[in-house]
Design a protein around this ligand. Structure first.
Ligand code: HEM
Length: 348
């Protein structure tokens, strides 16, 4: 009896149905990386899960042991420095890839009717990815991760009505205490990854139901087929991107390995407190407009980002600015880059 028929007897899955399921025709423009960028954060997320599980074997989430366990991983565990560095770089690249993918979706108008729901799912993915980065940064228990977490909790405290509750939820009490790190660890290693898995599954399911937006390019208008099969053609493209990314990740991890700053000292505030680079923009904004006004204005921007497909629809229906989204997008990107660079180079 062949292996195929042995499985066929026990799992009666029709080969034809399976082929139909995986042979989804993909529009030709997804041969360009810019248009297929969604697969890149998905790949990097898998790298994060694998390296994260390996790190979790050694990490100890208590303020008295966390820093020493990270030091042990970095200096004593076989290939610990490499796994830790790949985890750190894959996090950075995942955030970059999510932002680039969102920019592609935004500037091609691919969020418009009927894809508004998937834009909102994507926004939730963006926030979960950023929160995973924030909680991961706090786990190291260096001076900057400790003070970054403390400042983050104090900022959420200024949100009207729910701020105090959020701060207590984050810190497991009114101030940083013995239980805070394990709370960050549960968020970072369980709640947020599981939420991301659920969101990616929803995102992909909606894409499968709707298909991706079809664009026509001049150089493709030569009478040949305008689609190709997901399996194996598109999967090969994704595999090649994955291999290139693995080489890039390994090179970055080896040339610029993850470092370890001085251990957290709750009694000594560092001269300069900085979050990770992806929060520079929010941090600079909060410095520019202090207190509740800053938090409320940032909340408003986040609301506009979530509701953008409907706001854009309103602008296109009621005004003559059909491509306003492009100019608003350019303004947004320039502001984000400007504030990020400002925070990166400013001493305070
Ligand atoms: C972990 C994060 C994410 C993953 C893994 C992901 C994955 C994907 C994939 C595989 C596609 C198919 C086309 C492509 O590759 O570009 C896609 C399309 C899409 N994504 Fe994402 N995505 C993520 C985040 C986001 C974000 C942050 C947004 C926007 C706020 C977003 C909105 C969309 C929309 C609207 C489409 C449909 C595009 C079209 O029809 O052309 N996604 N996503």
């Amino acid at each position: 009896m062949s292996v195929a028929s042995w499985f066929g007897d026990r799992l009666p899955i029709s080969g034809r149905q399976f082929q139909e399921l995986t042979n989804e025709p993909v529009p030709y423009h997804l041969k360009r990386w810019w248009f297929a960028l969604g697969g890149t954060p998905a790949y990097l997320f898998i790298v994060q899960i694998i390296t994260g599980i390996l790190l979790a074997f050694y990490y100890e989430s208590s303020p008295s042991t966390a820093y020493q366990s990270v030091e042990h991983i970095t200096t004593s565990v076989s290939f610990g420095w490499y796994i830790r560095s790949v985890h750190k770089w894959a996090a950075t690249l995942m955030i970059v890839a999510v932002i680039l993918h969102q920019m592609r979706v935004f500037f091609t108008g691919a969020y418009r009717n009927p894809r508004e729901i998937n834009w909102v799912v994507g926004m939730c993915l963006l926030f979960c990815t950023l929160m995973t980065g924030f909680t991961g940064y706090s786990l190291v228990y260096e001076q900057l991760s400790f003070w970054g977490a403390t400042v983050g909790a104090n900022i959420s405290d200024t949100i009207p009505f729910v701020g105090g509750f959020l701060k207590r939820m984050m810190l497991a009490g009114d101030a940083y205490n013995q239980s805070t790190l394990s709370r960050f660890f549960v968020l970072h290693a369980a709640i947020l990854p599981v939420t991301i898995v659920f969101l990616i599954a929803t995102h992909i399911a909606v894409i499968r139901m709707q298909g991706v937006t079809e664009f026509q390019f001049k150089d493709e208008d030569d009478g040949t087929a305008r689609t190709f099969n997901f399996f194996p053609d598109h999967l090969y493209t994704e595999l090649i991107i994955g291999l290139v990314l693995m080489v890039v990740l390994s090179a970055l991890a080896t040339i610029l390995p993850a470092t370890l700053g001085p251990e957290a000292n709750p009694l000594q505030t560092p001269e300069v407190i900085k979050p990770e680079w992806f929060f520079y923009v929010a941090f600079r904004w909060l410095k520019l407009f202090t207190g509740t006004a800053a938090v409320l204005s940032m909340g408003f921007i986040v609301f506009v980002m979530f509701a953008w497909p409907w706001i854009d629809n309103w602008i296109r229906k009621h005004t003559r600015f059909q491509e306003a989204s492009v100019w608003i997008g350019i303004l947004g990107v320039v502001t984000i880059i400007g504030l990020t660079l400002w925070e990166a180079f400013a001493r305070h």
